[in-house]
Each structure stands twice: as structure tokens, then as C-alpha cells.
Ligand binder design. Structure first.
Ligand code: GCU
Length: 645
């Protein structure tokens, strides 16, 4: 598809260069007005160049309901430790990089790479568990995949092609047919490029430069207690959408002052273009609901419709009712499964659908059972969810980053309430504006992807962050952003106990002004005060529900001995017994999330014969073996069962 745009931007650049060189001399003598004019021209030129490189668009809501071609499968790959395929030997970005997928045209041509001669790895998937040599690898790897656009398969006339990535850890630079589509940073949220101008009918190729190197100013920062799985870790789709398409929509049940005969369902929608007059139909056949709305000049609409309370089955762990919903605009029809529920706090109570609930939780990383690799499917999630089910859980803290959409939807289908978090973990660069922008982007993308998921009740902004003004400002801004994006859910973060003298544990944290639920991690019995749990007292001066977002201790499955002997199952069992009795004394305790569902990989856990690269605080081993503490927690949760039907 031929377009003038590339020439326009180079023309503007050349124009600036010309003005700069020849007018430079006169510049000093120019009036302030003329100087401002020149600056404006330069910025516009730069903007145009960036615009060219930047094909980034907002990832559409509910991508799996869109017309698309999966680009999952085997991708050729090779390691580029020194990023020679991106920088020249002067370390300037090169135009002749590996993204060109060059092939020798003549016998004498020098091309020192060949994707097609390279091994393949499966996408979605991390490289660490697919290639032994890459188990510890942190750096750049190039991945390539060919794909075909058959005419008629994807209606090219009036549609746009969006290249969607569920997630790539950590930095992704994406090229289609040798041209840059864009760059994304952050390993756990989706991103999308409009590649209509880069793709063509017939043969195409997409190349991704993936770099999972850790940096101080990243989110997460240099150190974190999980494996730094690198790669294209979630689905890749080539989505076909009409020129004007539904970018986002929201359906949620409005909170009610008092239970009435009718319930209000709020509905809003946003098109990708600011176009008025588009008719949108929303239908919930099971509720015999069908309504039409029209977009305003921003391409948006926001309204509500009511339904008889008697007819509406609310979503809850006991009855995870999802309604088929159909949203249509022009020839675009999107089907979704949506549950309706309300979540709120009243004093120290947590109310689901207006009824008090106790969150019988567990924390879990996005790592598969048995094989310990990145999860990326509903099946991967199902095994972990079945283990949480065995524990008697109704709640899962998805630690410490947004998990894949399949897992969130599977948990919702199975009736698990969820806590979803961004990896603002430990001590990140609070004063760095780019770090803030990155964190805010991850927060926005997390909420944008999952804001229709009834299962998610809490957005978590951070984990175990050190107190400082810079930190308070950083997290305060994130809290405001979260509220502005979604005022139907609760906000929290995993804090830390601040003062512990004479067995009195105090929680003083400026962040409490921003959160709806006070959550904190405590490791009494493991990192501190072994066997002192019975003596502990708590001072939590906030009239809000309390969630213990982490507690626990390690045990090597199958290692038995005295309860004083660390790493034995008996030590962990005793720790749980004492901790649960201690937690029961906390006023306003509305939930607990022990650390952690299963043993998981971490480079911070080297102890030979015990840890061997695994954090062993699981209630299950990585191979699914229940440890003795499992039974202590299950029994305690049996006593905490509340019915919110
Ligand atoms: C921390 C942290 C977890 C970590 C755990 C541990 O609290 O939030 O990510 O794995 O403690 O030390 O095991």
C-alpha cells in the first residue's frame, strides 16, 4: 500500500535542516516571534517523524472477541548479547539492523545473520524454559515469524490491521516487513500497533527485539523475588477491525443505597475515532434486554439501563454467574461474558453484593504447576485454581504483576475474587518521571484490559515500598489515576508493619489516605520473632477493612523433623497455626493471603538441597505436593466460610 507519509516527514526534516544551516547566521538577529516560529516548525517536524515510527494504538477491549489471526506458534530466534542487530559499532541505532531480515541478493553480499536458519521457540512462552542455554539469560533476543495475509481472509478494504501482544518481557521493539511499528516497555500488560500501512496482502514477516535486562529505573526495578522470564510471553494476534471500531466499553452494576425492585447497569463505550452518530446496540438476551444508543462527537456514549432485581443473578464466588452480552456498532459485533456484582466497604467490613464477606485468599505467581514456566493459557491457570480450591479459597492475590487475561477470565468463571497488582515492587526510582510514566502506563493498561471482570475487586498499586515523600507522591498520583479510571473497585497496596516494640505491631503509613482496604505483609515466625506470634498485639488506626496480603514461611516438601527445625514441614505447620491464631485477634480482619500457593522459581533462593532456585514458602510444592501447613490453613478457612449469595 503506497503512502506519501514517509516523504512528507523527511521533507519536513530536510526543511528544518535547510532553515537551520542557512538561517542560522540570521537566527541571532531574528525577532523573538520569528525564533518561536522556527522552534514550532522544528517540533512539528520531529513530531511527524515520531508519528511515523509510532503506530501505537490503544489495545482494544476484549481482543479475543475480535476477528483475528493468531501469530502464536514457532518463531525463529537468536541471541544478540551486544545488540549488534540494533546498534552500529559506534553504538548508534543502525538502519541496517536485523529487523530488515536481509538475505544475500548476490553471491558476494555480506549478511551475517539468517533467521530462517535459526532454531525456533514457542510463542507465547518464555525463553528460559525452552532453551537450557537461556535459563539464566538476561539480554536481547530477536524473534521472527512469517505470516500470510490472504486477500479476502482479512477484509483489507475497510479495515485496519492491529498487531496485538498480550505481553512481552521486558522491552519490545517491533518491526513489520522491516519497518518499525513501535516500542513497548513493561513485561505484563498488553500493547498494540496499527500496522495497516506496514502489512501487505500475501507474505509478511514480524520481527521483535526483546530485551529483559533489569535496570534501576524500570518497573519492576533491579531486584525482585521471582524469575525474570524473558520473551514473548503471551498471545500475539493480528486483529482486523473496521476503520471505525469499538475501542473500549464498560458494563457494571451500580451500587444501590438500598436494595430495591430495580438495579441499574451502567454502560459506556468509546470508538477509536471521535465520530458522532454511530448507533450502538447492547443486548443481554438472557435478561431480555436490548437497548440502542448513539455516540457523541467524541465517539463516546455513557448511559445506563435498569433490570428487575428479581431477574438479575449477581456474580459471587458461590454463583459466578456470567451473562452473554452482545455489543454491536455498524458491522462490528462483540460478544462478551460479564458478571454483575458490587464491591464496597462499610467501616471495617468488606461487602460483596451488599453482604459482608471474608476473603479466604492465597497469593500466587503466574508460573505453571509442575513445569515452572510462565503461564499463558486457561489450562495453566486451571491447575493453580484447582489447588486454591482445595485450600478452600475464594480469593487470589495475583502477585506482583497483572496476570494473563486467560487466567483472569478462568478465575472469574470459577468464582474466584481477584486482587490485581502492578510491579511497583520494593524500592523503585520514585523521583524519576519516566519511571512514574511507566508505572502509570502499566496501571492504566491493567485497568483498561480487565475493568469488565467482575472477579477483580481490588487494584493494588504497589508491594512493600519504603516510606519517603517521593514515594508518597508517586503512589498518591497512581491512586488518583486508578480512581479516575475506575471508581467501581477498591484500591489497596501491600504495606509493611512500621513499628514493632514490646510485641505491639503498628501500621502507620501515609498511603492509608488513598486506599479503601488496609493491607500489609508480615512475616512473624519467619523473618522475625519466631514463636512470638501468640504475644503479638496490633495497632491499625484506620476505620477500614484489613487484609493480611502476605504471611508464611518456607518448607521443603517431604522434609520432616522438629517444629523448631527450619525448612521442615512441621516448622511451617507450626508457623501457620500460630500466625492464624494471632491474626484472628486483629479487629476488622476481612481477609488473608498467605505467601504463597506453590513453590516458585527465584534467583534469590540459592540454598542447595532446600531451595535450589525456588522460594519454598508454597503450601504446595512446585510438583503439587501438599505440605502440612496446607491442612492447617484449610481447616481455618472452613471456619471462615461466609455465604454471599
Ligand atoms: C516479600 C515479597 C515477596 C517475596 C516474599 C518472600 O514479602 O513481597 O515477593 O517472595 O516476601 O520473602 O518470600
Amino acid at each position: 500500500m503506497f503512502s506519501l507519509r514517509p516523504f512528507f516527514s523527511y521533507f519536513l526534516l530536510a526543511l528544518c535542516a535547510f532553515i537551520r544551516i542557512f538561517a542560522g547566521y540570521y537566527y541571532m538577529n531574528l525577532t523573538m516571534k520569528a525564533k518561536k516560529m522556527m522552534l514550532l516548525l522544528a517540533i512539528t517536524a520531529m513530531g511527524a517523524v515520531n508519528a511515523k515510527a509510532q503506530h501505537e494504538v490503544t489495545a482494544p477491549q476484549n481482543v479475543y472477541a475480535r476477528e483475528s489471526m493468531s501469530l502464536n506458534g514457532d518463531w525463529n530466534y537468536f541471541v544478540d548479547q551486544q545488540e549488534q542487530g540494533y546498534y552500529d559499532y559506534r553504538m548508534n541505532p543502525t538502519r541496517w539492523g536485523y529487523f530488515l531480515n536481509a538475505k544475500p541478493q548476490r553471491p558476494s553480499d555480506l549478511v551475517e545473520y539468517d533467521f530462517d536458519a535459526c532454531p525456533t521457540m514457542h510463542v507465547p512462552g518464555d525463553w528460559n524454559t525452552q532453551d537450557e542455554q537461556l535459563f539464566w539469560y538476561e539480554g536481547t533476543i530477536w524473534l521472527k515469524r512469517d505470516f500470510e495475509i490472504e486477500s479476502g481472509k482479512l477484509k483489507v478494504e475497510n479495515s485496519r490491521f492491529l498487531l496485538y501482544f498480550g505481553a512481552v518481557n521486558y522491552e519490545a521493539i517491533v518491526y513489520v516487513n522491516g519497518k518499525k511499528a513501535g516500542r513497548h516497555e513493561g513485561g505484563f500488560t498488553p500493547f498494540c500497533f496499527d500496522v495497516t500501512d506496514l502489512a501487505k496482502e500475501g507474505k509478511n514477516f514480524v520481527i521483535v527485539k526483546v530485551d529483559n535486562k533489569r535496570h534501576q529505573d524500570n518497573v519492576p526495578t533491579l531486584i525482585f523475588d521471582w524469575w525474570n522470564y524473558g520473551g514473548i510471553t503471551r498471545d500475539v494476534l493480528l486483529i482486523s477491525v473496521p476503520k471505525t471500531y469499538i475501542e473500549d466499553y464498560t458494563l457494571s452494576l451500580k451500587k444501590q443505597e438500598k436494595t430495591g425492585k430495580k438495579q441499574e447497569i451502567a454502560f459506556s463505550l468509546k470508538l477509536n475515532r471521535p465520530e458522532a452518530g454511530h448507533t450502538v446496540t447492547v443486548a443481554i438476551p438472557e435478561l431480555k434486554l436490548k437497548q440502542q444508543f448513539v455516540t457523541d462527537d467524541k465517539g463516546c456514549l455513557s448511559s445506563q439501563f435498569s433490570v428487575a432485581s428479581s431477574k438479575l443473578q449477581l456474580w459471587s464466588p458461590e454463583t459466578p454467574k456470567l451473562y452473554q452480552v452482545e455489543i454491536a456498532c455498524g458491522d462490528e459485533v462483540i460478544n462478551d461474558e460479564i458478571g454483575f456484582r458490587t464491591i464496597e466497604t462499610r467501616g471495617r467490613q468488606l461487602l460483596l453484593n451488599g453482604k459482608p464477606i471474608f476473603l479466604r485468599g492465597v497469593c500466587s505467581h503466574e508460573e505453571t504447576a509442575y513445569t515452572s514456566r510462565r503461564c499463558n493459557s486457561a489450562e495453566d491457570a486451571d491447575t493453580l485454581l484447582s489447588w486454591a480450591r482445595q485450600l478452600g479459597c475464594n480469593f487470589i492475590r495475583l502477585a506482583h504483576y497483572p496476570h494473563n487475561e486467560h487466567a483472569v477470565r478462568e478465575a472469574e468463571r470459577q468464582g474466584f475474587l481477584l486482587w490485581s497488582e502492578i510491579p511497583v515492587y520494593w524500592t523503585i526510582s520514585w523521583k524519576n518521571e519516566n519511571t512514574y510514566a511507566n508505572a502509570e502506563r502499566q496501571l492504566t493498561d491493567m485497568i483498561r484490559r480487565d475493568h469488565n471482570r467482575a472477579a477483580i475487586i481490588i487494584w493494588s498499586l504497589a508491594n512493600e515500598t519504603p516510606h519517603s515523600d517521593a514515594r508518597d507522591q508517586f503512589l498518591g498520583r497512581l491512586a488518583k489515576t486508578a480512581r479516575s479510571l475506575d471508581n467501581t473497585r477498591l484500591i489497596s497496596m501491600a504495606m509493611e508493619v512500621t513499628g514493632a516494640s514490646n510485641y505491639v505491631n503498628r501500621l502507620q503509613d501515609n498511603m492509608n489516605q488513598y486506599v479503601d482496604v488496609v493491607s500489609f505483609n508480615q512475616y512473624i515466625g519467619w523473618y522475625r520473632d519466631v514463636n512470638d506470634a501468640p504475644k503479638m498485639k496490633w495497632e491499625i488506626p484506620y476505620e477500614k477493612p484489613v487484609i493480611i496480603s502476605e504471611f508464611g514461611g518456607g518448607a521443603k516438601a517431604g522434609l520432616h523433623g522438629d517444629k523448631e527445625q527450619r525448612w521442615t514441614e512441621e516448622f511451617q505447620e507450626n508457623l501457620y497455626r500460630e500466625n492464624l491464631a494471632m491474626l484472628d485477634k486483629i479487629e476488622g480482619l476481612a481477609g488473608t493471603c498467605p505467601w504463597v500457593l506453590k513453590d516458585f522459581r527465584s534467583p534469590r533462593r540459592p540454598l542447595p538441597g532446600i531451595q535450589d532456585g525456588f522460594n519454598r514458602k508454597g503450601l504446595f510444592s512446585d510438583q503439587g505436593k501438599r505440605k502440612k501447613a496446607f491442612y492447617v490453613l484449610r481447616e481455618w478457612y472452613e471456619g471462615k466460610t461466609t455465604n454471599t449469595k
